[in-house]
Design a protein around this ligand. Structure first.
Ligand code: ADP
Ligand code: MG
Length: 417
């Protein structure tokens, strides 16, 4: 067969498919555009896992009327001012987000800059652009995407359930919200407001996203070496999950998936954590822009470090040091499975060491009140009744005719919890 040049619309569809493969990638491109436009308030709303409706509204600097049509054309960008792919300071730079979305959906953009009296709105459908219309609009941009992939039935077939697609949207939202705590973000899923994250300090945003248990079980990280900086928080080795999905990495404000970073974390925790368990963490790494290549993936979530060994040593050193400094601490959270082996009374939930400590303090004598309960429960709780705790590490427990002293850390490992 002879070689031919592909028609440009096929080339465009191939490229668009690499950028926008599922609803979450639309959410990502639009949120990134709002962040690049220096918005301080970004409202995201989705319906049906983003399949029928995605809306991202911001109060950023807006798009001028005469640039609206340009914005949805391929490879048009206001970013990358020096045409230097090794000096990227924005989340976008390839000029592919909006045209890729427009290629297979109904796209509405309304926007107003500070110089304009009213806003202008653009409607594009399956690649066809309708004439601009004036609209009342606050300064900023509102992008709505309806019926994603309606013009690309082959893509539509690959979409999964609303819940599945919604889960990816949630993950995308959380990553960007973690990276930009000074921006207020809201997320509405169908009719429910899932998040309203006020502009806050880094640590507060971390806790909002990673949860209260993480708040009690983390070590803050704050380090630097020359031009390299590392911030964030990592969980104590006794606080872990069954998946690595709770590990967030950011390089120069960009959420990334990176094997070097995840393997470095694995390496640091390997002797401290049971196999197939993963610490929870959010690490923010700052490197000079010319130390990384971010143009290796159409969705820009993979990067390449120019000096990977240097980065690995830096991260490993900082995390090992932090863990060593905090070696005396253990998780305050008992896993449910572990508690199931111990008898505690109903009121001891939520399951935390702190609660256990209060419940079974030596000053209260729960023995009498609970005698009959205890008798029937020895059989079902092989480690007896939790009675007290020492050094936030050892639990004293009373069996039928014996006493147990349980080292929480060792038990976590033995039980594979
Ligand atoms: P890129 O982000 O790579 O530049 P896009 O196709 O996503 O490419 O956007 C094209 C251009 O449209 C951007 O460079 C920017 O100038 C403008 N733009 C898009 N979204 C917004 C927004 N929310 N606020 C202001 N300008 C925007
Ligand atoms: Mg963009």
């Amino acid at each position: 067969m002879s070689i031919r040049i592909l028609p440009s619309d096929i080339v465009h569809r191939i490229a668009a498919g690499e950028v926008i493969d599922r609803p979450y990638s639309v959410v990502k491109e639009l949120m990134e555009n709002s962040i690049d436009a220096h918005a301080t308030y970004i409202q995201v709303a989705v319906r049906n896992g983003g399949k029928t409706y995605i809306s991202v509204k911001d109060n950023g600097w807006g798009i001028k009327k005469d640039e609206l049509e340009l914005a949805i054309q391929r490879h048009t960008t206001s970013k990358l001012p020096k045409d230097d792919l090794f000096d990227v300071r924005t989340l976008g730079f390839r000029g592919e987000g909006l045209p890729s979305i427009a290629a297979g959906s109904r796209l509405y953009i309304s926007s107003r800059t500070s110089d304009e009296e009213n806003g202008w709105s653009l409607f594009a459908e399956g690649g066809k652009v309708h004439p601009l219309k004036p609209v009342p609009q606050d300064m900023g941009t509102h992008v709505e995407v309806k019926d994603l992939f309606y013009a690309l039935p082959s893509r539509l077939r690959f979409l999964k359930t609303d819940a599945w697609e919604g889960e990816f949207i949630l993950m995308t939202f959380k990553k960007l919200a973690l990276a930009y705590p000074s921006i207020r973000f809201t997320l509405k899923v169908d009719k429910h407001e899932v998040f309203d994250l006020p502009c806050s300090a880094d640590r507060k945003r971390l806790i909002h996203i990673l949860g209260k248990d993480f708040a009690k079980n983390h070590i803050p990280i704050n380090g630097g070496q020359g031009a390299l900086k590392l911030k964030g928080a990592i969980s104590l080795p006794t606080f872990h999950k069954s998946t690595p999905n709770y590990q967030y990495f950011f390089v120069n404000g960009r959420p990334v998936k990176d094997k070097l970073l995840s393997s470095t974390v694995r390496n640091v925790y390997q002797d401290l954590i049971f196999r197939k368990r993963y610490p929870v963490l959010a690490l923010f790494i700052e490197v000079p822009p010319d130390e990384i290549d971010i143009n290796i993936h159409p969705q820009k979530h993979e990067i390449r470090f120019k000096q990977p060994e240097m980065i690995r040593r830096f991260i490993k050193g900082a995390l090992s040091h932090a863990l060593h400094e905090n070696a005396h601490q253990v998780s305050t959270t008992l896993s449910r499975e572990m508690l199931d082996m111990l008898f505690t009374d109903e009121s001891s939930s939520p399951h935390s060491y702190t609660t256990l400590k209060e419940e079974f303090s030596p000053y209260t004598s729960p023995k009498e009140q609970k005698k009959s309960q205890h008798e029937q429960s020895f059989r079902s709780y092989p480690l007896g009744h939790a009675q007290g705790q020492l050094y936030e590490t050892y639990i004293f427990s009373e069996g039928e005719d014996q006493v147990f002293i349980i080292d929480q850390h060792a038990m976590h490992e033995r039980c594979g919890l």
